[in-house]
Design a protein. Sequence first.
Length: 370
Amino acid sequence: MTRIDLRSDTVTHPTPAMRRAMAAAELGDDVFGDDPTVNALEARGAELLGKEAGLFVASGTMGNLVSQMAHLGRGQELIASAESHIVQDEAAGHAVVVGASVRAIPDRPDGMLDLDAIAGAFRDPMDPHEPITGLVAIENTHAHSMAQPLTVAYTRAVADVAHAHGVPLHVDGARFFNAVVAQGVAPADLAGPADSISFCLSKGLACPIGSVVVGSRDFIWRARRARKLLGGGMRQVGVLAAAGLVALSDGPDGTIARLADDHANARRLAEGLADLPGIVSPGGAAQPSEGRLDPARAATNFVVFRVERDRAAFLDALERRGILMVAYPHGTVRAVTHYGIEAADVDAAIAAVRDALAETAGTAPAPRPS
Ligand SMILES: Cc1ncc(COP(=O)(O)O)c(C=O)c1O
């Protein structure tokens, strides 16, 4: 049985062009700063996003962590969305490593945070009881809202609030290029208002490993020190950076433009699922809570939904049919389209979901979150 793995876009394997580039990569010792392939990747990432400098790091989590370490001092506070990866899924690195607290703002179903809520979350620096706000962070695409892409105008508006209070804006752009492609904007325009962006190579862009952090030269110098502190100084790591250079290249081997296929496939999946009795809108934070799954919310490469069944039994029935999806927060199910998933796989997944729903009919769904 062929397996169709829709758990995440992190399951992608490198393209043939990436494998060739990795095998042929020119290498040096990156801690000495002389791996030419890493240097080229960092320069390419910075150039694409219109920033002064870049830094290759092991993961999206490390990208967010070194960015926080570079922006924040111990005892400071970060404003971020309650459902964000930084707050929910990075093992409290902000507290454990950075020494910073979080002021969490409720997420909206459109993936945005209320600007007044952000403005109201700043601390009073004259009050010695309070931590000092040092950073605002947003996530683009915004995963928990079914990966909604955030606009240039919104990013600019958040940056204006942050800058008016004298603090920088960091964008967790794990799927930044999905947001770029979905909206047809230039990467540098979407990155422009932010002071730092971390984007993942290892998700939709199909590289095996890595993220790139970009920002000003001073910021990247501090982030580089932070990466060393974390043990993230790597040596002949051009062998991995080579895949990233292919991903970010213009022309047929690059993997940015093809994200449009993933978005079309996600939409196709959402349309197919929305018609099935037993599939409903996801509910929970950052999602509409009632009624039919709205396929228009599949704006990038995520489909998040709720099954009116026992979720574990449903996922198990699906897996026995060769389709992998994943349990997602607030009792939901997530499917993610990516390199290697074709329209025919999506159609096979819809058919398998129909069968799995029939097999698990009558099992008890988890209560909807209030
Ligand atoms: C929005 C977001 N940010 C950051 C990360 C962290 O990336 P990594 O798994 O490479 O640490 C993820 C991972 O899924 C993510 O979805």
